[in-house]
Design a protein. Sequence first.
Length: 215
Amino acid sequence: MKRTLAAMALGLMAASGARAQADLPDTVDAIRPSVVAVGTYQTTRRPPSVFRGTGFVVGDGQLVATNNHVVPDSLDEANRERLVIFAGRGRAMDMRSVTVVARDPEHDLALLRIAGGALKPMRLGGEGTVREGRSVAFTGFPVGMVLGLHPVTHRGIVAAVTPPSPSPASGARTSARRRSRRCATPTTSTSSTRPPIRAAAAARCTTRAPARCSA
């Protein structure tokens, strides 16, 4: 859920950049029609609708950007479960079936295509609008659809701009290489070239887990 709200923050931040002179309430009003809930629907299930996360409409109005972890790996097709989005506000929901266009597990992103007519797409800015320390706002459904479709907006700042996190597989390989290097050259130095945390990790690696270090 937090990652979905982070994705929504990027969309709202971009909209804010495009409307530099607008107040936040005006910006929220402008982007709210593009914010949707993503979930599954099965007529025979109680409740029939299951909320999974937040998304926003992009492109030609028939695409929805969301997080990869929001999209289920499989559906109960035998019982006619389907992937859907919920548009609208309050209890006046417009439910649409969607299909998966693309998934990027490494960056936790997914793109869905909406069945039926187009919805209002969100206007996005470029990467140049993202700066550390910039004030931003983010909106989504942190409490699901318990009260209907009422997106919640919060304010914050861009704390840091960092490279994408590595995938679990590449991260494990990197950690293994680091452990191997630390075991090969253990050190207790606390100089600026070898921070204390690395020295401590090397000591633990040498004395506690030599089998893991040789991997």
